[in-house]
Design a protein. Structure first.
Length: 81
C-alpha cells in the first residue's frame, strides 16, 4: 500500500490514508489521472499552476515513478516571500 497525504486546499477535497494502487498506476502522472477520475474537485485543484506532488518527502519534478510502499503528498501551490 502507498500512503497518500493531502495538504492545503487538497485536504478540503480528499481524505488521505493507505491506498492500494492499481497496477496501471506506476508514476505520478498516472496517479493524478486515477485520483481525478472520481473526484472533479481534485482534478480542478490539480490543474492550478504550481501544485507540487511530493514522493517520499521530495518534490517530484515531472513524471516520477511511484509504487506500493511510497509516501505521496499533494500540496496547494507554494508561495514564497
Amino acid at each position: 500500500m502507498a500512503i497518500i497525504h493531502y495538504f492545503g486546499r487538497f485536504s478540503d477535497i480528499a481524505d488521505g490514508g493507505d491506498v492500494t494502487l492499481p497496477q496501471h498506476v506506476t508514476d505520478t502522472d498516472a496517479l493524478t489521472r486515477w485520483l481525478a477520475e472520481d473526484n472533479e474537485r481534485f482534478a480542478a485543484e490539480w490543474r492550478r499552476p504550481g501544485a507540487p506532488v511530493v514522493v517520499n518527502q521530495e518534490i517530484a519534478r515531472g513524471t516520477h515513478p511511484i509504487g506500493q510502499g511510497d509516501e505521496i503528498a499533494f500540496m496547494s501551490a507554494l508561495s514564497g516571500g
